[in-house]
Design a protein around this ligand. Structure first.
Ligand SMILES: Cc1cc2nc3c(=O)[nH]c(=O)nc-3n(C[C@H](O)[C@H](O)[C@H](O)COP(=O)(O)OP(=O)(O)OC[C@H]3O[C@@H](n4cnc5c(N)ncnc54)[C@H](O)[C@@H]3O)c2cc1C
Length: 384
């Protein structure tokens, strides 16, 4: 699909796509199995300092409004773009760069593989096929507005679309954009540099009161970053029973016979009303855990096989992945608000009764969650 004018050659590289939310969730599930105690929707409100040393955090449960404290001799602050906010009194260490991705239907931009190419201002951007969509990203601009309410600008969408139109023999317009998302890169400040020039390296700062802060970096380097933090924690504990960080030996997935499990999953679902695309999507999201979802679905005999799987996906996420809200399920757990947005409204209806029962909530409470989901969808489909 590339315009051939001026095209001399190409090169292929194969590492290009990660489901970042899924990676984080699987990592948390693994950590939990190994003794960590993850908590969700809990805000670290302020550090507890005693004799000039940190010894815990005052927390707020943002769902029920309860406050409580956690005590620990070591506290690590890994709050990404919010690192300066959590540290409060210290000098700002970060500069934030906003990155926007847009999603178009695959049929409008039917790439066979991802392409990394020059944008209209000569920065590099990419287009990546994913299931029935292709997504394009990203922008890279300095950001200093509300971190919790990032609006996507028409000019940002147009920049990405023009860059595609310039390079490929297709014409995409803003009407083709079905979804989008944006994030903030926490970059370590480097005086006198533009955001696009600042290195994406990570850094660890240890405050005088003992708070260990890590910021910056890339998702691809997460294990190395974790290793460095854990080794500092172990050193600070200065205790023989703590060994060096073992992250390099930990596999996120347990099964040796993954290929057989995959075959089993595909064969069962294809025989039970699912299209190949649907099965690929499910396997992309949950991997071998689709097996667990199928097991749950067998208890929903009065539903079509496809609907039973959707309900079971939600139950699986609720029981195993701290999925607290409708929005959690359709955004971070499954990515459907980005990659299958046209199906979300029907799927909300399909899971409704099971959802209310499992969470023991009323119709009114369910409607409030539905409004929250709608408002999020509105924010990723409206550009200002
Ligand atoms: C647009 C964009 C594109 C990127 N592309 C790539 C890429 O192609 N490759 C790559 O390797 N990396 C990429 N990155 C970088 C990657 O996403 C980050 O390195 C990674 O997310 C950093 O992880 P983190 O855990 O430090 O921070 P985050 O992922 O930001 O997590 C911080 C967490 O802290 C929570 N938090 C904040 N304040 C509090 C509080 N007071 N109490 C409790 N929790 C709190 C937040 O809710 C959040 O969940 C990209 C980033 C962006 C924004």
């Amino acid at each position: 699909m590339l315009k051939t004018d001026g095209l001399n050659a190409g090169a292929i590289y194969s590492e290009y796509r990660t489901d970042d939310a899924r990676l984080t969730i699987e990592l948390l599930k693994k950590a939990s199995k190994m003794g960590a105690f993850p908590i969700n929707y809990i805000k670290a409100d302020e550090f507890i300092i005693k004799d000039d040393k940190v010894c815990g955090i005052n927390c707020l449960d943002t769902i029920n409004g309860d406050s409580f404290s956690l005590f620990s001799s070591i506290v690590v602050n890994a709050t990404g773009p919010w690192v300066d906010d959590t540290l409060k009194n210290e000098n700002n260490k970060l500069i934030l760069s906003k990155g926007v991705h847009i999603v178009v239907p695959y049929k409008k931009f039917p790439l066979k593989q991802s392409v990394y190419f020059d944008a209209i201002d000569n920065r590099m951007i990419f287009a990546i096929p994913r299931n029935n969509t292709t997504y394009i990203g990203t922008t890279d601009t300095k950001y200093s507005l509300d971190k919790n309410n990032i609006k996507i600008l028409k000019s940002e969408v147009k920049y990405l679309l023009e860059s595609v139109n310039n390079y490929f023999s297709i014409i995409l317009t803003i009407k083709d954009v079905v979804s989008s998302w944006s994030g903030l890169r926490p970059l370590i400040k480097e005086e006198g540099k533009k955001v696009t020039e600042i290195s994406r390296k990570d850094e660890i700062f240890v405050s005088d009161n003992g708070i260990i802060t890590i910021a910056g970096g890339k998702l691809t380097g997460y294990r190395k970053m974790a290793e460095r933090v854990v080794d500092i924690v172990i050193k600070a504990k200065n205790h023989k029973s703590f060994n060096k960080c073992i992250t390099s030996n930990i596999k996120l997935y347990k099964s040796e016979n993954l290929n057989e499990i995959k075959k089993e999953i595909f064969s069962y679902l294809l025989k039970n009303q699912h299209s190949k695309d649907q099965v690929v999507l499910l396997y992309d999201i949950y991997g071998e855990n689709v097996k667990e979802i199928i097991k749950i679905s067998k208890t929903f005999k009065s539903f079509s096989k496809v609907n039973a799987i959707i309900i079971s996906e939600f139950i699986y996420c609720f029981e195993n992945e701290m999925c607290q809200k409708l929005l959690d399920f359709f955004s971070q757990r499954t990515g459907r608000v980005y990659f299958e947005i046209e199906k979300v409204s029907d799927q909300v209806q399909i899971i409704k009764e099971a959802y209310k029962k499992l969470k023991n909530i009323s119709e009114k409470e369910f409607d409030l969650e539905r409004v929250e989901l709608k408002s999020y969808i509105n924010s990723i489909t409206t550009f200002i």
